[in-house]
Design a binder for this molecule. Structure first.
Ligand code: FAD
Length: 323
């Protein structure tokens, strides 16, 4: 059944996050040949529309207002609901990011719609659009279909590949004007706690440190390796609790969920709560002194050794490969 699908283009620092392009690809599957309309919300965002066309959007709708410069649930939901009213879509796709997780239940509630969250793949089978999502902290997967009403899903970053970029594509950009009011939150300042650089939840390579790094300085070799590989640094809760790093780096059941191409766990024991955030990574390398450490059970490659010896050696070898 062909549908009109709205996808949310997520903007940070005036740049589209990669999950926006993944959402377009997901939207194409949900649309089953129908139209995919990308929505851009912010104060001045229309210049980003071309990039959405390059990745497959058929049309772009913008909502621009100075009150939408920073994300607020009230502001963004008012903007989105106005676009939904104007466009009457049959499907919605957002990223399962911090923003998407906050916004999607609010929008679903306002629309009296269901929501399939944290989707890792979408296929059309037996005449249905079938959504797969992990359950029980990633130990099992469930498949869901929508039998009636709006098809609304959030997609986990790094799982659904974007379409190939085609800079010859273009399309129509229209705007919807909304009287944004009754904001209960005003963002006065944005303070970045995590390091600048690659976004952890979208990183293709993650170098994660656990209590085994032993101190904040112990993260330095991991940061060097991450720089050489163009990746991001993450952490176990053990490392965060020990104050070796900020909680914004925490990966796991109560932290971020990551699915990079390469995850290198350094000095992490592999508690079930940590595995919940990284076990779907494509290739897992574990470095641990203890050959019995649980992390080796999910690792594709295991290195039994001292991370302070192994990580610098890896960094040197990867540097040689880059020359
Ligand atoms: P440890 O378990 O202490 O492991 C340290 C590892 O480092 C050991 O395996 C050791 O052999 C190795 N090591 C030490 N020195 C070296 C060295 N020089 N070189 C190589 N290896 C070395 N945890 C999370 O990570 N994320 C979560 O989201 C999360 N949520 C939780 C939610 C709840 C409700 C609960 C109860 C717990 C949660 N936890 C979470 C905590 C989790 O149970 C573990 O306590 C935590 O993951 C352990 O962190 P760790 O592996 O760094 O530390």
């Amino acid at each position: 059944m062909s549908r009109k699908v709205l996808v949310l283009g997520e903007v940070r620092d005036n740049t589209l996050r990669n999950v926006s392009f993944e959402a377009i690809a997901a939207g194409k599957t949900v649309a089953e040949g129908g139209e995919v309309v990308a929505v851009l919300i912010g104060d001045t965002v229309s210049s980003l529309a071309n990039e959405l066309f390059y990745y497959g959007a058929d049309r772009v709708v913008t909502v621009e207002d100075v009150k939408l410069k920073s994300y607020t649930p009230d502001g963004y939901s008012q903007a989105l609901l106005a676009v939904i009213e104007a466009e009457s879509p049959e499907g919605l796709v957002f990223g399962h990011t911090a923003l998407g997780k906050d916004l999607s239940p609010k929008v679903a509630g306002k629309l009296n719609s269901g929501l399939i969250s944290d989707v890792t793949s979408i296929e059309v089978a037996g005449g249905n659009t079938v959504f797969t999502r992990p359950i029980y902290s990633g130990k099992a997967f469930e498949k869901k279909i929508v039998t009636d009403g709006l098809v609304f899903a959030t997609i986990r970053p790094n799982n659904i590949a974007p379409l190939e970029k085609d800079e010859s594509r273009s399309g129509e950009v229209t705007s919807v004007s909304v009287d944004i009011k009754d904001l209960r939150t005003i963002v006065k300042e944005v303070v970045r706690k995590a390091s600048e650089g690659v976004d952890l939840s979208e990183a293709k390579v993650v170098i994660a440190g656990g209590r085994g790094v032993k101190s904040a300085d112990g993260f330095e070799p991991l940061k060097e390796l991450a720089t050489v590989l163009g990746g991001a640094v993450g952490a176990s809760r053990g490392a965060c609790d020990a104050d070796y790093c900020d909680y914004s780096l925490q990966i796991g059941q109560t932290g971020k969920v990551v699915t990079p191409d390469l995850y290198i766990a350094c000095g992490i024991s592999g508690a079930i709560q940590h595995l919940a955030g990284m076990s779907n990574s494509k290739v897992i390398v574990a470095i641990n002194k203890d050959p019995e450490a649980n992390i080796f059970k999910v690792a594709d490659y295991g290195i039994v050794g001292d991370l302070f010896e192994v990580v610098p050696l890896l960094t040197e070898e990867f540097k040689k490969l880059k020359v």
